[in-house]
Write a protein that binds this ligand. Sequence first.
Ligand code: ADP
Length: 343
Amino acid sequence: MSVVELLGVSRRFGRTAAVDDVSLTVGEGEMVALVGPSGCGKSTLLMLLAGLLEPDAGTISVGGRVVAGPRTWVPPEQRHVGVVFQDAALFPHLRVADNVAFGLPRGENRARRLAELLELVELPGLGARFPHELSGGQQQRVALARALAPRPQVVLFDEAFGNLDSTLRASVREATLRALHGTGAAGVFVTHDQAEALAVGDRVAVMREGRFDHVAEPAEAFHAPATRFSATLLGDADFLPGRQDGALVDTEVGRLAATPSAAGEVDVMLRPHEVGFAVSATGTSRVLGREFRGAHYVYSLQLPSGAVLRSFQPHTVDVAVGSSVALAVDAGHPVRTFPRRQT
Ligand code: ADP
């Protein structure tokens, strides 16, 4: 059953179609990561779901009940929707327990439920602390506990970990997903960080100018993106000319299995982890440059035609700029092709 359903939802600001005829369902316990560049409409979509903005058109349902639509409006506090913002926005003068209790409905056994919520977000025993006595990651988990207190059917995350440094972010993210799965609530997670979207989402929705470019499971969105826009948004991608015949494509680096089936001139998407090389005196490609990224190098390799492909290599692969190399592509799956772009 779908917990969230958006049908043909639009919202304009003056001339800007911030959200433009968007439809999406989110299933029970499912997390959908919304990813896209700044200004593509992610926050607007979240605010429409939360009830902080009204749609101009379309219908929004939560738990099978229409909460926004023609002649229907359910206010935020009655929607069973929790929100976690980038800034934890805790009440600074209230202890953790009171911050979390703020979200508790009346009639609950407060002490027991509080302990349960702090356990859920992996902060047992910290109820007596004040927000300033917690780390940024702990504050975000208190904000999550507060959002979960009224037992929402869906939790919205608006760049929720954007203020945390990258090492902390991964552990807080994991704790958050564990907590959310523990409740069975659905989630919609807004981020501009493609790696985070791929890590967090059961499905990823790539947004562009108010619309969805591609909604798919992370592996499909990454390996077989719907458009070039999604291809480059979700990771490093290079494009190599090819001539396709059905499920095979001939390129300068050899014949490759290709998807979707097509005929004629195409551009083949290759990601740097799919491109390998070996130093070879008879190799026809050349190392144009390399960038050190800590755990790995990104090599730029120039093919005889002049095309450049990038290649991720472990930091132990130390090849000088200018070396002759032989390229080998191994994607492990059919490579995504796009109709040749007119230039
Ligand atoms: P994102 O969250 O992806 O960065 P937003 O949803 O904030 O994008 O914005 C989508 C578009 O709508 C942008 O062009 C933005 O300038 C515009 N917009 C958002 N909120 C308002 C507002 N309150 N008034 C006018 N324009 C807005």
